[in-house]
Design a binder for this molecule. Structure first.
Ligand SMILES: NC(=O)C1=CN([C@@H]2O[C@H](COP(=O)(O)OP(=O)(O)OC[C@H]3O[C@@H](n4cnc5c(N)ncnc54)[C@H](O)[C@@H]3O)[C@@H](O)[C@H]2O)[C@H](O)CC1
Ligand SMILES: [K+]
Length: 587
């Protein structure tokens, strides 16, 4: 599924209107109707379990409204077709042989089923009264259309304009007039907090992709008041106060229970805190062809199995050939670990095996090697030289390169710490390793102190896997700036440096030098534990060893790592007790 910026959304909207000739008012009608349908569904879910109202129950004979009705209040009717003669082999014939199969008015005649717009029939509509907050732009217009459809479903609605209605223009003004013509009650915000007592829900149609900066004036007052009301809030397109591109939430920002996102998923809904403000997200088509995004060269995606297969060409089934052998699945070399942080290398190396590579060798400073024998019987250990005290040194780079000669991928960094001439060590490895390179942990901190654009360019891909703090050092900005626009920053860094970037954190961002972006949403807060990053490094290396290309391995590795984290959390009574080894075992 594509994810778009506000500007890209406007471009796709314009193309649909100007090139395809679909009127803006039609798009808005579709948008408003989709919003109303999601609110009706929410009301229906909320009403489940309530005693059916006597009037309605009697009308329907207690039947559930699943058949729906084509006019407000009318029950689902089974009307007999006039003049239908009984015939032996029809329902009638069966009826004559005993029992009336349908209980309809006239047993014996084929039934005429009339069902209509079930989506617009709200059960317990009488219990609902929604307040629609209307902004000045087309987001407000969507809300006005939704108000009409809610009313059509028997749900009471009241409009509250943030600005005087006469200031609305274009399609929003047209919807304003239609709502007035339908007699929908309307008021204009006059300051302070509107009373919410009589309402069962609020539709936030204040600000959408046209918002700029923090909500001002009446908008800010209404947003703050809604957030304090305790009422369920549904947001049109995006929560008002959210930056649609970055996920940054202004002060104030609507905290929604549900966001009905229109046409395409907005980038800001996939990055925290935006993801937290949106509540449940439903993306609804409004008539803008999905294929337009591809035709217009948009290249940011929500990382789903369909995108892994359809866009990245990954075989998510990870089928194995019947005559495969260890060599078939590649050999990973991990240069990692040091006296005080040997575990990181062990985690990375074991994770690469769990990710399915055929063989894994863990290169460590010679002093450590005897201490690690048997740490993981499946691993091969290799002496990478280094200092007498078990730390790395620049000469150890030659050992690593010798070991890497017959390997399919080299992962460096977990637990190596900082050491004398570590920049020289990394430069030699960067320039000398002929296989794909995964750079993580302290190797990233070393890289951040190097002008590696002056180093000999590499043929094989490099994948960097920083967490926000390591990214801040790499990019030379604060961690807060990284988190303010994770997608934008990851994309510009990957393009400028020609590396594949995995910016870890909730909803990890994978950015490719060719401009493609993938946002992953698998994972669990329980994964915030030491070694989880080492595990990811091993998984990505393990997938590269099996022949996946750089971006494929980075994206699929992040996706699998998150799934394994979810499974590991489920297996623990308390997700807080998840440790990195649990993630490896859950792969
Ligand atoms: N463009 C599309 O592809 C479609 C848009 N749809 C809906 O329309 C909105 C975007 O509408 P737009 O008119 O561009 O802007 P907004 O409705 O988001 O509101 C902007 C409006 O509000 C004022 N304003 C802007 N920033 C602030 C602020 N910080 N504080 C206070 N007021 C602010 C400004 O005056 C603007 O006029 C989109 O989200 C969809 O909901 C349709 O769905 C069809 C396709
Ligand atoms: K909104």
């Amino acid at each position: 599924m594509h994810i778009v910026t506000a500007e890209e959304m406007r471009r796709l909207d314009r193309i649909t209107i100007e090139r395809l000739g679909i009127p803006a008012v039609a798009l808005m009608e579709n948008a408003g109707r989709a919003i109303a349908e999601e609110i009706i569904a929410l009301c229906r879910r909320r009403g489940v379990g309530r005693a059916p109202l006597p009037a309605r129950a009697a009308r329907d004979g207690g039947a559930p409204h699943s058949a729906g009705a084509w006019a407000a209040g009318a029950a689902h009717e089974e009307a007999a077709a006039p003049g239908a003669g009984a015939a032996w082999n029809t329902a009638a014939g069966r009826a004559l042989r005993g029992g009336n199969p349908s209980g309809g008015a006239l047993a014996g005649a084929p039934k005429l089923h009339i069902s209509g717009d079930a989506a617009l029939m709200a059960e317990h509509a009488e219990d609902e009264h929604w307040l629609v907050l209307v902004g000045k732009g087309n987001n407000g217009g969507d809300g006005l259309v939704a108000a009409r459809y809610l009313r059509e479903a028997g749900i009471a609605v009241s409009l509250l304009y943030a600005v005087p209605p006469e200031s609305l223009t274009g399609e929003a003004a047209l919807q304003r007039d239609a709502a007035a013509a339908m007699g929908l009650p309307a008021a204009v915000h006059g300051g302070g907090s509107p009373g919410f007592a009589g309402y069962s829900g609020v539709l936030d149609a204040l600000l959408g992709t046209g918002a700029a900066g923090a909500p001002r004036g009446a908008y800010a007052e209404l947003i703050a008041a809604v957030n304090g009301s305790g009422k369920p809030v549904v947001s049109a397109d995006i929560p008002s106060g959210l930056n649609a591109d970055t996920g940054e939430t202004h002060e104030p920002c609507i905290q929604a229970s549900l966001t009905v996102c229109l046409a395409f998923l907005k980038r800001g809904l996939l990055q925290y805190p935006g993801s937290g403000a949106a509540g449940r997200i439903v993306v609804r088509s409004i008539g803008i062809p999905a294929g337009l995004a591809r035709e217009e060269g948009l290249s940011a995606y929500w990382l789903t199995p369909a995108v892994l297969e359809g866009v990245l060409g990954v075989d998510v089934s990870r089928r194995r050939v019947p005559d495969g052998h260890k060599g078939t699945y590649g050999h990973v070399l991990v240069a990692a670990g040091s006296l005080r942080m040997s575990g990181a290398g062990l985690i990375a190396a074991r994770a690469s095996l769990r990710a399915g590579c055929g063989l894994a060798t863990w290169a460590v400073p010679g002093k450590l090697l005897p201490l690690l024998v048997g740490a993981a019987p499946e691993l091969m250990l290799a002496d990478a030289g280094g200092q007498a005290d078990g730390t790395w040194n620049a000469e150890a780079a030659e050992e690593v390169l010798n070991l890497a000669e017959k390997k399919d991928v080299l992962a460096v960094g977990p637990g190596i710490g900082r050491f004398q001439e570590d920049k020289e060590w990394l430069k030699r490895i960067w320039e000398g390793a002929e296989c794909p390179l995964v750079v993580d942990a302290d190797a990233l901190n070393i890289l951040a102190e190097c002008d590696y654009r002056s180093w000999k360019s590499r043929r094989e891909p490099v994948i960097l896997t920083p967490h926000p703090g390591e990214m801040a050092r790499l990019a030379g900005v604060s961690t807060m700036e990284i988190q303010r626009d994770r997608i934008g920053l990851a994309l510009s860094y990957a393009r400028e440096r020609g590396v594949i970037l995995v910016l870890k954190g909730a909803h990890t961002v994978i950015a490719s030098p060719d401009g493609r972006i993938f946002v992953n949403t698998t994972g669990h807060p329980g994964m915030a534990t030491g070694g989880a990053g080492d595990c990811l490094t091993g998984i990505i290396a393990g997938l590269l060893a099996q022949g996946l290309e750089g971006v494929q391995a980075a994206a699929f590795g992040v996706y699998l790592h998150g799934l394994a984290g979810e499974k590991a959390a489920l297996l623990r009574d308390d997700p807080a007790s998840v440790i990195a080894s649990d993630i490896i075992e859950a792969l």
